[in-house]
Design a protein around this ligand. Structure first.
Ligand SMILES: NC(=O)c1ccc[n+]([C@@H]2O[C@H](COP(=O)([O-])OP(=O)(O)OC[C@H]3O[C@@H](n4cnc5c(N)ncnc54)[C@H](O)[C@@H]3O)[C@@H](O)[C@H]2O)c1
Length: 321
């Protein structure tokens, strides 16, 4: 029978031929969101959810990360108010909706938990196992992973039908796309509820299959890695590599600048997932990328990566005082 809803969606997002259980015909209503990991991605996702009127719990094991996140969300919301992009009342409301904690038990009431911790399969599986014990039975467990198999993360839980990839781009409040990845057992209910949430945040949804790096990083990371090889082998300076791609290819940032923005540790983890998962040595991480990460040069978040931001950060801090 012709289904007008299915005819408007792309092939990748069409439901798999599963027998839909009766309970799945009612889409999960999302009112409360848990976000685990309050780094650059988690804090941005929490801000988005709070600004869109949801109750938000933001969790991190590192109290310093939580305090940085609170400061950055508060100042971002004040900036939106001062630019007239958010009313004072909505801004105040968003800040009231946001709670920070380091106690995972607080996520008991969340309708969806979005994980944004380090890009490590072991760390994420351990977290999913814990979340599965704590979250209510109907809750969706979503991962913001850039590359790791959703099917394998789901296998750490007793609810693989309710596990999904919800890959925001950096910074989440600004970037317009969310990549959604279904694991082998992700249900239609989970998919449509997650898609509806991304759309509530004003995002365009793209769907990809559960393959290493999905689609965005399958294409982006080899380019960034190649830029490191160009620098490593002396083909050009970092400035010329970035300027070439910015002005020559119309990219808003050069690949090395972008790598610093993403975090070199995140880039390295993704390259390792691509190399292992796709079994092709063309994905071997560039030794220079490995060396920078070994040296703690993780990019903007550490003040130094390919470029050194410490002096400019200091100037910005002094200007704020
Ligand atoms: N950086 C990007 O541009 C980008 C873009 C899309 C997706 N991602 C993905 O988002 C995730 C987070 O990336 P990020 O750049 O925000 O990293 P980040 O290093 O800025 O933040 C990670 C945070 O997770 C916390 N954390 C680590 N283990 C934890 C645990 N077990 N429980 C609670 N908190 C824990 C850390 O204290 C840290 O604050 C990764 O999976 C990454 O691949 C990153």
């Amino acid at each position: 029978m012709h289904n007008p809803i299915l005819s408007t969606v792309s092939r990748a997002e069409r439901p798999k031929p599963l027998i839909i259980e009766e309970s799945e015909t009612n889409m999960t209503e999302i009112k409360a969101v848990g976000v685990v990991g309050s780094g650059q991605m988690g804090s941005g996702i929490a801000q988005l959810a709070a600004v869109h009127g949801l109750d938000v719990w933001l969790l991190d094991t590192d109290p310093a990360a939580l305090s940085r996140a609170t400061k950055s969300i508060t100042s971002n919301i004040h900036r939106l108010i001062s630019k007239g992009q958010l009313s004072q009342a909505a801004g105040n409301d968003a800040l009231c909706h946001l709670r920070c904690s380091s106690n995972l038990e607080e996520l008991r009431m969340a309708d969806i938990v979005i994980e944004a911790i380090v890009e490590s399969e072991d760390a994420k599986k351990t977290l999913f196992l814990e979340l599965d014990m704590i979250a209510k039975d109907s809750a969706i467990l979503a991962s913001n992973t850039s590359s790791i198999s959703i099917t394998r993360l789901a296998s750490a839980t007793r609810r693989p039908r309710q596990v999904i990839g919800m890959h925001f781009m950096n910074p989440p409040p600004v970037m317009k796309v969310v990549e959604i990845i279904r694991g082998a057992d992700t249900s239609d209910n989970t998919f449509y509820a997650t898609k509806a949430l991304a759309e509530r945040f004003g995002k365009t949804v793209i769907c990809s299959q559960d393959f290493p790096g999905f689609v965005v990083n399958r294409i982006l990371m080899p380019m960034i890695n190649e830029a490191f090889y160009a620098l490593y082998t002396g083909v050009a300076t970092r400035e010329d590599i970035d300027t070439g791609m910015k002005l020559g290819m119309n990219h808003p940032m050069g690949p090395l600048q972008l790598a610093d923005f993403i975090g070199l540790d995140v880039c390295l983890s993704i390259m390792k997932v691509l190399q292992t998962g796709l079994g092709d040595n063309k994905h071997a991480p560039c030794p220079l990328l490995v060396q920078y990460v070994d040296a703690g040069r993780l990019g903007r978040k550490r003040g130094i990566g390919v470029y050194d931001y410490r002096a400019t950060e200091q100037v910005k801090r002094s200007a704020r005082l």
